[in-house]
Design a protein around this ligand. Structure first.
Ligand SMILES: *Cc1c(COP(=O)(O)O)cnc(C)c1O
Length: 345
């Protein structure tokens, strides 16, 4: 890996970050707050929230087995994705390399930041070749994007290939583990000490059932997290979100139960779809959704929409011709879907 100073955009390296009222006093016991032009009435919503979410990170650090300084929290993983571009890539100059197909936001954020996006196709088993990824990199490649379990394919990317990229690429490797809670594989966040160029992203939006509160996590070295914190909006995670996340962390049993239920339901739905006469293939998955190839994805999709059932039509995505991505819902929702699919002609 190159020195972090060589990878960070020069203007970001030199940036003097905004210093909020709440940043400046921190540390001392205080009882009268007349520093932030807040209204003294209407507590607790009158006060600006903790810009670094200290209490939440302390709690999360225990659950995730990392230290609080290795955690960045953002307005969804989407903020953490966009910040990777804003911290490390120079618009109009640098490029990023990503597996293809994958989550669409990596490309959208590249386009927004005027950064060249270099997709590298997965193989027919939706696996990544580290050599192909490394071949696509040059001196101007700042970030490699890997998503595992991958969206929309559902499968894990091979661990040895990920490690090879981590060891041989000189820039930042982002590993998006939005669906890690559904898999029994250990998360790469537990290997952060070995890979100073690694950013692992996870989210409250999927297994944790909190998509509405918009809370994403990035785990990385303290040095990388410090750069993220310099660039983010001062109060990027609001008080309601921080409070609700604390409540979710107090009820980890519910999350475990949801995961087990969804995994059971997943095998039922996958078996039912596999048995459909117009189903060509059901792809293996490590997430709370799966990809299936059918004879005519557009027709099945339109038919389901007519029945009030929405799945994701991925037929126009690389390597996903005639594929539908199906999320696992409640028992009732899943049997509604299966019933409808069985009546399709
Ligand atoms: C759903 C998803 C996310 C979650 O994004 P949030 O902004 O945290 O809701 C991130 N990455 C991938 C691959 C996803 O599928």
């Amino acid at each position: 890996m190159k020195n972090l100073e060589e990878l960070v955009r020069p203007n970001i390296l030199a940036l003097e970050p905004y210093s909020s009222a709440r940043n400046e006093y921190s540390g001392k016991e205080a009882r009268v707050f007349l520093d932030a032009n807040e209204n003294p009435y209407n507590g607790p919503f009158n006060r600006y929230p903790d810009p670094l979410q200290t209490e939440l990170k302390t709690r999360l650090a225990q659950v995730k087995g990392v230290s609080p300084e290795q955690i960045f929290l953002g307005n969804g993983s989407d903020e953490a994705i966009d910040l990777a571009y804003r911290c490390f890539t120079r618009p109009g100059i640098d490029n990023v390399v990503a597996i293809e197909p994958t989550y669409g936001m990596y490309r959208v954020c590249a386009d927004i930041n005027d950064v060249e996006y270099r997709p590298v196709n997965l193989d027919e088993h939706f696996q990544m070749s580290a050599d192909k990824m490394l071949e696509a990199c040059d001196e101007k490649t700042k970030i490699v994007w890997i998503c595992s379990p991958n969206n929309p394919t559902g499968n894990h990317i091979g661990q040895e290939e990920i490690i090879k990229v981590l060891q041989q690429f000189h820039g930042i490797v982002v590993l998006d583990e939005a669906y890690a809670d559904f898999s029994r594989r250990p998360s790469f966040r537990l290997a952060l000490q070995h890979f100073p160029n690694l950013i692992v992203m996870q989210t409250f939006s999927k297994a944790w059932g909190c998509a509405a509160i918009r809370l994403g996590m990035a785990f990385a070295s303290k040095e990388i997290v410090d750069i993220y914190n310099k660039v983010k909006y001062p109060y990027n995670v609001n008080l309601l979100t921080q409070q609700h996340a604390m409540r979710a962390l107090d009820d980890m049993e519910s999350i475990e139960q949801w995961i087990n239920l969804l995994l059971e339901e997943r095998s039922i739905v996958m078996r039912a779809v596999q048995a459909l006469p117009y189903c060509q293939q059901v792809f293996p998955t490590d997430a709370n959704f799966f990809l299936t190839r059918v004879d005519d994805a557009q027709r099945v999709y339109n038919y389901l929409v007519d029945q009030g059932i929405i799945v994701r039509n991925r037929t126009r995505v690389q390597l996903c011709h005639n594929c539908l991505r199906i999320t696992i819902g409640t028992k009732e929702e899943n049997s509604t879907l299966i019933g409808a699919l069985r009546r399709f002609v």
